[in-house]
Design a protein around this ligand. Structure first.
Ligand SMILES: *Cc1c(COP(=O)(O)O)cnc(C)c1O
Length: 421
C-alpha cells in the first residue's frame, strides 16, 4: 500500500509504530460494537422488521408502516416511551431547533449547563439576534459553563433552587470548542442532581456524534429527551438526511406538533422511499461508528508522534467520534485538510480553501468528499482559521478508507516538514 499510495518512508513508519500501540484499544472498540449491534438486532427482532417496512407513503403519509416500525425500533434501542425519526428533519440542528420550539413557551427559561451551545443554535436561541429566535417569542436563556471539563454541580444546584427552569440542555460533543466531550457517567451524575432539586425541569440532551460510542445512551440515565442527526452516527452513512428525537411520549408528541402541525403531530409525514435507508443505516451504525473511532484513533496516534497536541489522546476513553488536532499554524491545518480531501471517494480532485461562512466569525476550511452533502459520519475535517488552528476530524465509513485519508493527510505534513516537493 505504501507504494500504491506513494507514501514517504517516514509516513509509513509512523503508521506502523502507531498501529502497534493501539491494538488493545481497537479490541475494546470491537467489543462495544458487538454489544451495540446486538442492541440493534434485538430491536429489529422484537419489532418483526420485514420487507413490508421498506414500503413507503407519499402525500400526508398516514399509516406509514415502515415509519412507525422505525420509531418503535428507536424507542427500543434508546429505552424510551416514544421516538420521532423523520426525513422532514433536515439534520440534527433542525431536530434540536424543533425540540426547543416544541417544548418552550413565552416566559419559560432555558438553561444550558455545558456552556455556549453549538454554533447553529445561536440564532435559534437568540444568543445571536434573529427575528425568529426563541428569544423573539419571549423565551429566556441562561448558561452555566463547565469547569475543568465537568459540570459546575454546585452552581447548577444553587441556580435551580433560585430559578424556575423549564428546560436544561446538555450538549455532549464539544462542537468547535476545546473542552472535552461529556460522558454517560457525567450525564448520569448531573441528571440525578437536577431531578433531586427540580424534578419537573426537562432534561434535553444533544447527543450528536455520541450514539453507539458507549454502551449506554442518555435516555438510559434519566434524560427526558435526546436529540441527534441522521447524517452522523445513526444514519450509518446510508440515510440521505434526517434527525431523531427520543424520550417521554408527552414531550415527543409536542416536538412532533412543532415539526408537522398541531392536531396531526406524529400521524403525518410521508417517507418518500426512505424507510429502507433509515433501517439499513441503523443496522450499519454500530459498525460505522467503530470504523470512525478507529480512524480517529490512528489519526490521534500518528499526529501525536509527529509532535502535535491531540485531544483525545490515542488511548483515552472516547465519548464521541471527534478527534481534534492542534496544528498551531494555518499552513499545517490547511495541508491536513487538503490531504483528507484528496483521500475522499468523492471530489478527491478539489482543493479545499478557507472561506467565510454564515454564522462563523473566522474563515473556515472544510474537507468533505462525501456521498451525502455535509455528512460527517463520512471522513471529514474542518477547522476555523484562528489560534490554535485546530482541525476537527471525524467519520470514516470504513476503517480502511478512513485510514487511507489519514495517511494521505499525514504524508502532506511529513513532506512539508522534510521539504520534499
Ligand atoms: C453536528 C452537531 C450538531 C448539528 O447536527 P447537523 O446534523 O450537522 O445539523 C449539533 N450539535 C452538535 C454537538 C454537533 O456536533
Amino acid at each position: 500500500m505504501k507504494e500504491l499510495l506513494n507514501l514517504e518512508e517516514k509516513t509509513w513508519k509512523l503508521y506502523e509504530e502507531s498501529k502497534k500501540d493501539i491494538q488493545k484499544i481497537y479490541d475494546e472498540i470491537d467489543e462495544i460494537c458487538e454489544y451495540n449491534t446486538a442492541k440493534v438486532l434485538q430491536a429489529f427482532w422484537d419489532n418483526h422488521i420485514s420487507e413490508a417496512h421498506f414500503s413507503t407513503t407519499t402525500g400526508y403519509g398516514y399509516d406509514d408502516l415502515g415509519r412507525e416500525a422505525i420509531e418503535k425500533v428507536y424507542s427500543h434501542i434508546f429505552k424510551t416511551e416514544s421516538a420521532l425519526v423523520r426525513n422532514q428533519f433536515i439534520s440534527g440542528s433542525h431536530a434540536l431547533a424543533k425540540t426547543l420550539f416544541g417544548l418552550l413557551r413565552p416566559n419559560d427559561l432555558m438553561l444550558s449547563i455545558t456552556g455556549l451551545p453549538y454554533d447553529t443554535l445561536h440564532e435559534v436561541i437568540g444568543i445571536k439576534e434573529n427575528k425568529s429566535s426563541l428569544k423573539s417569542f419571549g423565551i429566556q436563556y441562561d448558561q452555566i459553563d463547565l469547569i475543568n471539563n465537568d459540570f459546575d454541580y454546585d452552581k447548577i444546584e444553587k441556580y435551580l433552587q433560585e430559578h424556575s427552569v423549564k428546560l436544561i440542555e446538555i450538549q455532549r460533543s464539544r462542537g468547535y470548542s476545546t473542552r472535552k466531550s461529556i460522558s454517560i457517567e457525567q450525564c448520569e451524575k448531573v441528571i440525578s442532581l437536577i431531578k433531586r432539586v427540580s424534578k419537573d425541569t426537562i432534561v434535553m440532551v444533544d447527543n450528536c456524534y455520541c450514539e453507539f460510542v458507549s454502551l449506554k445512551e442518555p435516555s438510559e440515565v434519566g434524560a427526558d429527551i435526546t436529540v441527534g442527526s441522521l447524517i452522523k452516527n445513526l444514519g450509518g452513512g446510508l440515510a440521505p438526511n434526517g434527525g431523531y428525537v427520543v424520550g417521554k411520549k408527552e414531550l415527543v408528541d409536542l416536538v412532533a406538533e412543532a415539526l408537522t402541525l398541531p392536531g396531526e403531530g406524529k400521524d403525518v409525514g410521508p417517507t418518500l422511499g426512505i424507510n429502507k435507508q433509515f433501517l439499513q443505516g441503523l443496522f450499519f451504525a454500530p459498525f460505522v461508528v467503530k470504523n470512525s473511532l478507529k480512524t480517529s484513533i490512528i489519526a490521534s496516534a500518528m499526529l501525536e508522534k509527529l509532535g502535535y497536541f491531540v485531544d483525545p489522546t490515542p488511548k483515552e476513553k472516547r465519548v464521541d467520534i471527534v478527534e481534534t488536532i492542534h496544528f498551531g499554524n494555518e499552513k499545517d491545518l490547511c495541508l491536513y485538510c487538503e490531504g483528507i480531501q484528496s483521500g475522499s471517494p468523492i471530489d478527491s480532485f478539489v482543493t479545499p480553501v478557507p472561506v467565510n461562512m454564515p454564522g462563523y466569525k473566522d474563515k473556515v476550511i472544510m474537507a468533505a468528499g462525501a456521498f451525502v452533502q455535509g455528512s460527517s459520519i463520512e471522513l471529514s475535517c474542518d477547522g476555523p482559521l484562528r489560534e490554535p488552528f485546530i482541525a476537527y476530524e471525524q467519520g470514516g465509513l470504513t476503517y480502511e478508507s478512513g485510514l487511507i485519508g489519514i495517511l494521505k493527510a499525514v504524508n502532506k505534513i511529513v513532506k512539508e516538514k522534510e521539504n520534499i516537493k
